[in-house]
Design a protein. Structure first.
Length: 157
């Protein structure tokens, strides 16, 4: 919790919410209804991280839905790069399958790794790979996607 310090309107005091001991040695649970969105996302990341590490350490596939919802946009591409690092971090050829809404990640992926989901006006979803679209390997996928060249960009109205 963040509160203003008494008598000093510019000062901020950060309070950590700790479980309070109850009778018989039990602990109360902190009231999480006031947690910030960032704190909730951090919890999601903490839950997801062991699966990433386990896949990298042992091999296999880790699939994470909306991975960008729990991770800062600068950190997301770095975590993806861990799976490309066959010499150091990913010695067992683990794979990361993820869904996200972060278009900026497109520049960190090869066209073979990008799948687009697009809803039509009736609410039906069409799923296709960039392999199904005429795309050069060296194109700026981020810019082309945002321009609508690949589809999958929502249209309001």
């Amino acid at each position: 919790a963040v509160v203003e310090a008494k008598g000093d309107p510019g000062a901020v005091v950060v309070l950590a919410i700790q479980p309070q001991p109850l009778k018989d040695g039990e602990q109360s649970k902190p009231d999480c209804s006031y947690d910030s969105d960032g704190k909730l996302r951090l919890r999601d990341f903490i839950k997801m991280f062991p699966f990433l590490v386990q896949a990298l350490d042992n091999g296999g596939v880790v699939a994470i839905d909306e991975m960008d919802a729990a991770i800062h946009p600068v950190v997301l591409p770095e975590l993806v790069r861990w799976f490309y690092d066959k010499g150091n971090r990913n010695k067992h050829n683990a794979q990361l399958w993820l869904t996200c809404h972060s278009a900026s990640l497109l520049d960190d992926l090869h066209k073979e790794e990008i799948i687009i989901c697009e809803k039509d006006r009736q609410g039906r979803t069409r799923v296709y790979s960039l392999m199904d679209v005429k795309v050069r390997r060296d194109e700026n996928h981020y810019r082309k996607y945002l321009s609508g060249a690949y589809g999958g960009v929502p249209h309001l109205g």
